[in-house]
Design a protein around this ligand. Structure first.
Ligand code: ZN
Length: 292
């Protein structure tokens, strides 16, 4: 297993971690400068942040700083109540793939969606089996486009507490079954983004990581699971402050061949988003070296 204790060259910052600082929204250009000041070599930005800052400007700023991407957040949200909605979702995914290419991302992360409308408070239908079929078809179509562009797709299984609103793919096994069905040749163009927050509890985690292997493990997201958790979405903990055995899980993915970044992804309305970006980034670096 790689030794992270001496430097943070394998640390990536998911820009959601510092998108709010001292309670205020911060633009991506400022976040990239802060990451550069802290010697961070990679980030994973969100589409809305990139759109607000300007795609070409972001690409140029990253090049100027020599900062790469560990992923691009995010595509997905395939299910829709009708054909027009399905088509619109697919076209949006094609745009996300093109943006990821412009930013030279190693993969586009997919949060696949579930019951359409549920995120806004009113599901247009309640058949999660139908949602899963629409997700499968959506990934299949996206993959065809992604192959032409040369942009790998990383399915992110989400914790089942988010099965209604955000993703009907909830375990690594389920994600890998889709990978095997759509990409049986294991081409490197379809894999998973493994986020410890979503999968740490899974009794099949170690076994499924071994099944995934190097080619399917496209991204690795870290944070921690707090007890108690006060909010289903925005109460993620800093690594070391919760119950996830981070080094054990990293040992498993590295045994499977993963040698990429550990990307810190923390949504934290009540804690880290109330602190300064400097404090949050310095803590990410310190914890990366000591507990990741
Ligand atoms: Zn994640």
């Amino acid at each position: 297993m790689r030794d992270f204790s001496n430097d943070h060259r394998w640390l990536s910052i998911n820009t959601a971690t510092v998108r709010r600082q001292k309670g205020e929204e911060v633009g991506l250009a400022r976040i990239i400068d802060q990451c550069a000041e802290h010697g961070v070599r990679a980030i994973s930005p969100w589409r809305d942040q990139v759109a607000a800052a300007g795609l070409d400007k972001v690409a140029a700023q990253l090049r100027a700083h020599g900062i790469g991407l560990s992923g691009y957040c995010r595509g997905g949200f395939y299910p829709a109540p009708d054909a027009a909605g399905l088509k619109a979702a697919l076209e949006d995914n094609y745009r996300a793939i093109d943006e990821a290419k412009t930013l030279d991302a190693p993969c586009l992360v997919l949060v696949v969606g579930s019951l359409p409308g549920a995120l806004a408070g009113k599901a247009a239908y309640t058949d999660i089996g139908r949602a899963r079929n629409e997700v499968f078809d959506g990934i299949a179509a996206s993959l065809e486009y992604a192959r032409k562009v040369g942009m790998p797709l990383a399915i992110e299984p989400l914790h089942p507490m988010q099965a209604a609103e955000r993703a009907c793919i909830n375990t690594l096994e389920q994600a890998l079954d889709i990978c095997d069905a759509l990409d049986p040749q294991d081409s490197g163009m379809l894999g998973v983004a493994l986020d410890v927050y979503h999968v740490w509890w899974d009794p099949k985690l170690q076994q499924q990581i071994a099944r995934a292997g190097k080619k399917r493990l496209l991204a690795y997201h870290v944070c921690d699971w707090l007890t108690p958790t006060r909010d289903l979405l925005n109460d993620r903990g800093m690594m070391g402050d919760g119950v996830i055995e981070l080094k054990k899980i990293r040992g498993w993915i590295e045994a499977a061949g993963y040698a990429g970044y550990s990307e810190v992804e923390i949504f934290s309305t009540q804690d880290w988003w109330q602190r300064s970006g400097e404090e949050t980034l310095a803590t990410c670096i310190e914890r990366h070296r000591s507990v990741v």
